[in-house]
Design a protein around this ligand. Structure first.
Ligand code: AHR
Length: 326
């Protein structure tokens, strides 16, 4: 065989080998791409602006991460969340994530997920289960801290005043972690100052309609209200309507401190109707997708991941409004 013919044969063999390699790589890639991570996510409901932003964040992040998301809206009912979790178990999803509407009563269904070897991630809200093996991680805010921040504002706002300050409180959904913790954090912060009197406290279920209704009742039953502490912005916005309809000025006649930091509340702050807002970040989607991928890959993850959040005065809220994402 001539030298030229040998060179041609070697070159041909190299091309065949290279193309074989590259087609092999492509097929193993497509295998990897073929198994999409599937997350079953049970959402609390659509009770507030915060919740809508949270849902959008999770759905967008799933698309971006190439995750198949099975999404279920529980309409603020624990039984619907339990049904959704059982259906995720039957469908053999890779990971279950959920934001528990209330803190108690999850052990049975979480044990079922554990028996099926499906890891569970809590997002936004916690459960009060003693058995920590029932979930792998909890991603979300520190609600006690949020309540403390609201209380701290109150203490500073009335510094030096000696007469009674009458406070009404609009609580979140009864039995939910944010309602329990925001209430206890606030109480803890103001307990050293007997001038603060919580004269009425009732649930407004985190909704505008309920917030308005309960505030109307407070205005009728309480001869003097100095401050409203609302566990979320939607209830505060509902209450603002009630206050205005009663012929009073929100933010002036009745000062308002709230939690969440959604756009509508910032607009109300820019109009002087809310005096202070404690931020609760709903944009948990990207972190949840990362966490689920790590859990599925068997990597170790932190048991508690707290979101970073701030507080807003009306001036800060007005400045932040044009670029506020939610
Ligand atoms: O769990 C987070 C809380 O739930 C938010 O503060 C509230 O707006 C929501 O409905």
């Amino acid at each position: 065989m001539s030298k030229r013919a040998v060179t041609a044969l070697v070159a041909g063999a190299m091309i065949v080998t290279l193309s074989a390699c590259s087609s092999g790589a492509a097929s193993s890639d497509s295998k990897a791409a073929g198994h999409k991570l599937t997350i079953g996510f049970s959402q609390v409901g659509a009770e507030s602006g915060w919740r809508t932003a949270n849902t959008t964040s999770i759905q967008d992040a799933a698309k971006k991460a190439g995750v198949e998301l099975k999404f279920s809206d529980a309409q603020q009912k624990q039984e619907n969340q339990i049904k959704a979790i059982r259906s995720f178990i039957q469908q053999k999803v890779d990971v279950i994530a959920f934001s528990p509407v209330v803190e108690s009563g999850w052990d049975t269904v979480l044990k079922e997920a554990k028996a099926a070897k499906i890891p569970v991630i809590l997002t936004d809200r916690a459960v009060d289960s003693k058995d920590e093996s029932l979930y792998v991680s909890f991603l979300g805010s520190d609600f006690v801290e949020e309540g403390k921040k609201a209380g701290d504002w109150l203490v500073k706002e009335y510094d030096g005043r000696t007469d009674d300050v009458n406070v009404v409180q609009l609580e979140g959904t009864t039995g939910s972690a944010p309602a329990n913790d925001r209430k206890s954090g606030f109480a803890e912060e103001i307990k050293g100052e007997p001038k603060f009197k919580i004269v009425a406290s009732q649930t407004g279920d985190f909704t505008r309609a309920k917030g308005k209704e309960v505030m109307q009742a407070f205005l009728k039953s309480q001869p003097k209200i100095d401050v409203l502490y609302a566990h979320n912005d939607d209830m505060a916005i509902g209450a603002i309507q009630a206050i205005e309809e009663a012929g009073k000025k929100p933010g002036v006649d009745i000062k308002i401190v709230s939690v969440d930091g959604v756009k509508d509340a910032f607009t109300a702050m820019s109009q002087g109707k809310i005096n202070y807002d404690v931020e609760c970040n709903p944009l948990l989607g990207d972190q949840l997708m990362d966490l689920a991928k790590k859990v599925k890959a068997g990597e170790s993850v932190e048991r508690r991941i707290k979101t970073t959040e701030g507080t807003f005065t009306p001036e800060q809220a007005t400045a932040a409004l044009p670029t506020r994402q939610y």
